[in-house]
Every structure is written in structure tokens, then in C-alpha cells.
Design a protein around this ligand. Structure first.
Ligand SMILES: NC(=O)CC[C@H](N)C(=O)O
Length: 305
């Protein structure tokens, strides 16, 4: 398997020359565009790695699936979906437009920034500190990595420049989709996006989702089974933003991307995959990452459809 991963990386290395490393969060510009890595963990807990599999990057929007799982386990689902929708938006991840033009003004889904700000607001905790602690604990458990932590340079960079998210959050509060202190909520959102991971962490979260929320090593249930299904369904319909349809056709695997350059893919009952390549297309998805997943899906016949 490692040989296959090496081959797939090498045949797609050329794509690291296309696209751009994210620049709207200044700190992200420091990523090296030719870094490329992958990790696969199968359901028997075999771990396969290639390339820059252990390069650290921030999880960014991949965090949205973990926080959605948490929000659904912390709250009544009906309540959650009264605050955030279930439909693809067809707009970029940071679009504000439908918060005005949607009939209900409700954010379309939890995979775009507006919807993710809502799910973050649904994390339970008596104080900001407690919410942050619970959130980190959940990420660490799912990734089986007690060393997961926040990259404070990226966090500060996002906080300084996150006015679009700030604008969305104030609109969301005005329309009754979130409550309380907006700055505190954004603090938590920026922190969740700034959690530092490598492809092994993404693959581990992916395989735990692939096994319907049961830790494949210990047998412990981490995510409610139905919640794990909802999360993977959102990954298929909205995980690659307004490129989710094309990705579903070409790759056919539930996946979630982030502007840090990571993609987490979860093949039900089979494996979790983490890929990293920081140069992004215009929609904010890793170009080489998508190409790698496309080839791997064909080679290993992973298409779930
Ligand atoms: N697509 C992403 O990864 C976006 C996450 C980023 N932290 C933002 O809010 O803009």
C-alpha cells in the first residue's frame, strides 16, 4: 500500500504548481506550496504514510465536521437544525449573500462559515474556557492525539483579519441564529480553525467516522452512530463547498477540505485518509489533494456510489 501511495503522490506532484496558498489569513502564506503528504488508516488499524505526511498545518474548515458532531451530541437535533440548514448553498464558503436572500435567513448548512459559526455556538460549556477545553478534548480523542493544540500565530492572524466572519456573526445574532457575545464565539471559532494537525490526525478522525463513530482500536464509542452518518452525509453534499458535486462524481468519497491545505476523507467501513497540499483552487480546495484522492479512489475502488 505504501508503494501505491508513493506512486499516487509522485504522479500528482505536478499539480502543486497550480493554484495559490491561502493568503487572506496572512499567517497561512508561510506554507510551502510543494509540500505533499498522505496518510491512510484502514479499519484494521494498519497505517500507511507517504511524502510530507507529518508536516503540520492548521485544520481550518475540516474542523467543521468535528464541531458539527459535537453540536449534534450536545443538543436536540431539531434545535440544531432550526438554527442551521441541511442544503448545499452553491456559494463560496465565506459567502454572506444567502444570509440576506434566503427566506428564513438561516445559514444553508454547517460546512460554510456562517453555518459553522452557528454550530460552534452550540457547543455546551459554562464559560469560554470550558467550551474550549471540551472542544480540544473531543478533537484529541477523535484524532487519538493528546498533543493536538492551537497554533496561536494562525489564531491571532485570523482574529486580526476575520472581519468577514465577524460581519456574518453579527448578522446571525441580529436574526436570532446565535446568542451572546459575538467576539467570544468568534474566539472559539478561530481557535477551532487553528488547531494544528498532520495527515495522520486527519486519517485517524476519518477512520473513526468510517467506523460509524467507534474507535477502531479500543472499541469505544466516540460519536453517536446516527450523528456519524449525518456528518458523512454533509461531507458528501457540502464538504468541498461549491465543488462538492464535481468531487462526488470524480472521487465518490465523503470528504472535507480546509484552506490550510488539508482534506479529510472517510470511506465508510473501509478507511480514513488525510491528504495535505497547501496550494488551493479558487474554491478553497487543495488542487493536488483532490487529484490524489481521485487517483486513489480509482486505484483502490473506493467510490461509494
Ligand atoms: N475554508 C476554510 O477552511 C475557512 C476557514 C477559515 N478559518 C475561515 O473562517 O475563513
Amino acid at each position: 500500500m505504501e508503494k501505491i501511495l508513493e506512486e499516487v503522490l509522485n504522479s500528482n506532484r505536478k499539480y502543486t504548481n497550480y493554484g495559490q496558498v491561502a493568503g487572506y489569513i496572512p499567517e497561512l502564506k508561510k506554507a510551502k506550496r510543494d509540500d505533499l503528504g498522505i496518510c491512510v488508516i484502514d479499519k484494521d488499524n494498519n497505517i500507511y504514510k507517504a511524502g510530507n505526511w507529518d508536516t503540520k498545518f492548521t485544520i481550518q474548515s475540516v474542523s467543521k465536521i468535528v464541531v458539527l458532531a459535537m453540536a449534534l451530541m450536545d443538543n436536540d437535533w431539531q434545535y440544531v437544525f432550526s438554527k442551521v440548514g441541511k442544503e448545499p448553498s452553491g456559494d463560496p464558503f465565506n459567502s454572506i449573500m444567502k444570509l440576506e436572500t434566503n427566506d428564513t435567513k438561516k445559514p444553508s448548512n454547517p460546512m460554510i462559515n456562517a453555518g459553522a459559526i452557528v454550530t460552534t455556538s452550540l457547543i455546551k460549556g459554562a464559560s469560554l474556557e470550558e467550551k474550549e477545553e471540551r472542544m480540544l478534548k473531543f478533537f484529541r480523542k477523535l484524532a487519538k492525539n493528546d498533543n493536538l493544540g492551537i497554533n496561536y500565530d494562525v489564531y491571532k492572524s485570523e482574529k486580526m483579519t476575520g472581519d468577514r466572519n465577524r460581519a456574518m456573526a453579527y448578522l446571525l445574532r441580529n436574526d436570532g441564529f446565535i446568542q451572546g457575545d459575538v467576539e467570544e464565539l468568534l474566539d472559539l471559532y478561530f481557535k477551532q480553525c487553528s488547531i494544528e494537525v498532520d495527515t495522520l490526525d486527519l486519517a485517524r478522525i476519518g477512520v473513526n467516522l468510517a467506523s460509524y463513530g467507534v474507535d477502531i482500536e479500543t472499541g469505544e464509542r466516540i460519536i453517536d452512530e446516527k450523528v456519524s452518518r449525518i456528518v458523512k452525509t454533509f461531507m458528501v453534499t457540502c464538504g468541498m463547498y461549491d465543488a462538492s458535486g464535481e468531487f462526488a462524481i470524480k472521487v465518490g468519497i465523503p470528504a472535507k477540505s480546509g484552506v490550510g491545505g488539508g482534506i479529510l476523507a472517510s470511506v465508510p467501513n473501509t478507511m480514513g485518509i488525510g491528504v495535505y497540499g497547501p496550494a488551493l483552487d479558487k474554491k478553497g480546495n487543495s488542487i493536488a489533494g483532490i487529484k490524489i484522492l481521485e487517483e486513489l479512489s480509482q486505484k483502490l475502488e473506493l467510490n461509494i456510489f
